[in-house]
Design a binder for this molecule. Structure first.
Ligand code: GDP
Length: 550
C-alpha cells in the first residue's frame, strides 16, 4: 500500500521539520551577540573578563589580560600573528549564562587596528559602549559609536571606574548627548562620585546596592541590597549622601527621559549603567538587564527579500578574513556570521559569489581559551571556516535554492596613505598578489592614481601601524621588500555622482583623484577644509565617506 507508506513518511517529515523549526526558534531567542566599544584603557579587557567569569567560561580573571600585553608594540603584534591561534581565540567568545548563549565579538584594542573593529561591528546585534567615568566620551569611542549608529543597533552604556573620582553623572549624560547625539536613560545612579563611591541606586528595583570595596575582581562579589527608604541606608550613607541621592533621583524622574524599550531597540536611547569592572561592582546587574533588553538576532533585509533568523534554511556572511593562521600552511580563516537556520558540521551550502556548492567540514568555534570544532550553530553565532582562497569579505553562504546576498561589508575611510612599490621590480607579480590578498582581508585599501597608472599604487589604511604590518607581511609571506613613501592625505571620499568625469572638477591643488580597486572614482584630501572647498567649488559633487566592499 504505497499510499499509506507515502502518507506515513510525509507525516514523519513534517514532525521532524516542526521539531527543527522549534529548536531553531528556541536557540535564536537565547542568542545575544554583541561587541564592546571603547577607547583604549577604559577597561574593556577587564569588563570582558568579568563577563566571562559570570558565564563560568574562565575560572580566574586574568586570562584575557594575558594576551593583552601584546597590544601596543608592532613587534609583539607580529608575534601574535605568527602564532595566530592566540589572536583567533580572541575573535569571538561564546558562553552560556542564565539560559542565554552569549557571543562577545572581540575587537582589537589598539586604535591602529580599528578597521578590523569597524568591520566586526557588522556582525553584532548590539553594542556595549564602555566609558571611563573620569574621562567621558573619548575619540575612539566616538568613531566606533558612529559605526553602530549607522547600523541602527542598540547601544548600552557602561560608565566604568566609578570606584575612583569621576565626572558628575549629569555632566556625563549631557556629554553623551552633545558629543554622540544620543539620549540616555540611567538604569542606576551613583552615590559619591568624588572618589568616595558608596554604591548605586537601582531605579528599576528601587533599591540601593552598596559598594563594599570589592575584592579586586578575583571572584564574584555580591552587592548589599535593600530598599532606598530603608532607614538603615539613610544611616549607612549619612544624610549628606542620602539627601543628594533623593534630589538627583527626583530630578531624573522629572526632567529625564522615560524608559522606552522601543527607543532603546532602535538605538535612539542608550540605557546607562554606572559600575566598576575592576572591583566587579555592577557587572552582574548590568549583564542581567542587558540580556533582557538586548535583541536576539533579527530579520535581515537583502535585495532578494527578508531573511528570517528562525528560517530552517542556513545563511550567513563573511565579515572577517585572517590569512596565514598557520605559517607553515599559509591557510586562511574566514569568519562567518550566521543569519538564519541551523549550521551542522559537514553540511553543503551554496557560495553566492561563485555559485559553487561548498562542504563545511572543519568549522571552528572559539571559546575564551581554545578553539573547538563546532558541530552545530545558529543565527547569531560566529564560525571560522578554513578558506582555500575562495572567500572574500561580504560573501554570502546559504542553503537551499534561489539567491541570498547580504549587503556589502562597509569600507571605512582610510586616514593614512602611502605610495607603495616593490623595491625589486622583478618581484612585481608577488607584490600584486600580496597586495590583493591584504586588500581582500580588508587590512588595506588599494587606490590607483588615475594619471599615473598602475605602477605606483596608493595604499590607504585606517591606522598608521598597518603600514608596518603591510611591510612585514609582504616581506615574510611574499618575499617582497617594499618601498613606501608616505603621502600627506588624511581623508578619502568616494564620488557618488554617476558619470561625472572627476578630471573636470575644480579641486584644490592638494587633492588627488584616484580609483579604488573596483574602479570607483574617489578623491584623496589633506584636510577637512579642502573637502569643503571641493564641495563649494563643485556644487553638483556628492562625496561619501563609506563605501561597500563589493
Ligand atoms: P582596555 O584597554 O579598555 O582593555 O582596558 P583594561 O581593561 O586593560 O583597563 C585599563 C586599566 O584600567 C587597567 O589598569 C585596569 O586595571 C584599570 N581598570 C579597569 N576597570 C577599572 C575599574 O573599574 N576601576 C579602576 N579603578 N580601574 C579599572
Amino acid at each position: 500500500m504505497p499510499g499509506v507508506i507515502g502518507l506515513y513518511k510525509f507525516r514523519v517529515t513534517q514532525d521532524q521539520m516542526s521539531d527543527i523549526k522549534s529548536e531553531i526558534k528556541k536557540e535564536v531567542a537565547r542568542r545575544k551577540t554583541f561587541a564592546i566599544i571603547s577607547h583604549p584603557d577604559a577597561g574593556k579587557t577587564t569588563l570582558t573578563e568579568k563577563l566571562l567569569l559570570y558565564g563560568g567560561a574562565i575560572r580566574l580573571a586574568g586570562s584575557v589580560k594575558a594576551r593583552k600585553a601584546n597590544k601596543y608594540a608592532v613587534s609583539d603584534w607580529m608575534e601574535i600573528e605568527k602564532q595566530r591561534g592566540i589572536s583567533v581565540t580572541s575573535s569571538v567568545m561564546q558562553f552560556d549564562y542564565s539560559g542565554f548563549c552569549i557571543n562577545i565579538l572581540d575587537t582589537p584594542g589598539h586604535q591602529d587596528f580599528s578597521e578590523d573593529t569597524y568591520r566586526t561591528l557588522v556582525a553584532a546585534d548590539s553594542a556595549v559602549m564602555l566609558i571611563d567615568g573620569a574621562k567621558g566620551v573619548e575619540a575612539q569611542t566616538i568613531k566606533l559609536f558612529h559605526v553602530c549608529k549607522l547600523r541602527g543597533i542598540p547601544i548600552f552604556t557602561f560608565v566604568n571606574k566609578m570606584d575612583r573620582a569621576s565626572k558628575d553623572p549629569f555632566e556625563l549624560m549631557e556629554e553623551i548627548e552633545r558629543v554622540l547625539g544620543i539620549r540616555s536613560y540611567p538604569m542606576n545612579w551613583p552615590i559619591g562620585t568624588e572618589g568616595d563611591f558608596k554604591g548605586v541606586y537601582n531605579r528599576k528595583l528601587k533599591q540601593i546596592e552598596l559598594f563594599d570595596g570589592g575584592e579586586h575582581g578575583q571572584s564574584q562579589v555580591s552587592s548589599t541590597v535593600g530598599k532606598a527608604d530603608d532607614p538603615v541606608f539613610a544611616d549607612l550613607l549619612g544624610s549628606h549622601y542620602h539627601d543628594k541621592l533623593c534630589e538627583d533621583i527626583e530630578l531624573l524622574d522629572m526632567a529625564g527621559d522615560e524608559f522606552d524599550k522601543k527607543k532603546i531597540r532602535s538605538g535612539e536611547l542608550t540605557p546607562l549603567f554606572f559600575g566598576s569592572a575592576m572591583t566587579n561592582f555592577g557587572v552582574q546587574p548590568f549583564l542581567e538587564e542587558f540580556l533582557e533588553l538586548a535583541p536576539s538576532p533579527g530579520i535581515v533585509d537583502t535585495a532578494e527579500g527578508e531573511v528570517d533568523p528562525e528560517s530552517d534554511k542556513f545563511s550567513g556572511f563573511i565579515f572577517k578574513i585572517q590569512a596565514n593562521m598557520n605559517p607553515t600552511h599559509r591557510d586562511r580563516l574566514a569568519f562567518l556570521r550566521i543569519c538564519s537556520g541551523k549550521f551542522s558540521k559537514g553540511m553543503s551550502v551554496k557560495h553566492m559569489n561563485t555559485g559553487k556548492e561548498i562542504r563545511l567540514s572543519q568549522p571552528q568555534q572559539f571559546m575564551a581559551q581554545e578553539r573547538t570544532i563546532v558541530d552545530e550553530a545558529y543565527a547569531g553565532d560566529i564560525i571560522g571556516l578554513f578558506d582555500p582562497g575562495i572567500f572574500n569579505l561580504g560573501d554570502t553562504l546559504f542553503e537551499g535554492n534561489g539567491n541570498v546576498r547580504f549587503e556589502g561589508i562597509p569600507i571605512f575611510p582610510a586616514e593614512y596613505f602611502a605610495r607603495v612599490t616593490p623595491a625589486d621590480t622583478m618581484k612585481r607579480k608577488q607584490f600584486i598578489k600580496g597586495i590583493d590578498q591584504l586588500s581582500e582581508e580588508g587590512a588595506i585599501q588599494v587606490f590607483k592614481q588615475i594619471d599615473i597608472g598602475i605602477e605606483a599604487l596608493i595604499i590607504g589604511v585606517v591606522g598608521a601601524l598597518q603600514f608596518e604590518v603591510l611591510e612585514y607581511r609582504l616581506k615574510n609571506e611574499y618575499g617582497v621588500q617594499l618601498r613606501l613613501q608616505n603621502l600627506p592625505y588624511r581623508h578619502a571620499r568616494w564620488i557618488e555622482n554617476e558619470g561625472l568625469d572627476p578630471r573636470k572638477l575644480n579641486l584644490p591643488s592638494t587633492a588627488v583623484i584616484v580609483e579604488d580597486k573596483l574602479g570607483r572614482n574617489s578623491i584623496l584630501f589633506e584636510n577637512e577644509w579642502s573637502i569643503r572647498m571641493a564641495e563649494e567649488r563643485n556644487k553638483e559633487l556628492r562625496l561619501v565617506d563609506i563605501a561597500t566592499q563589493d
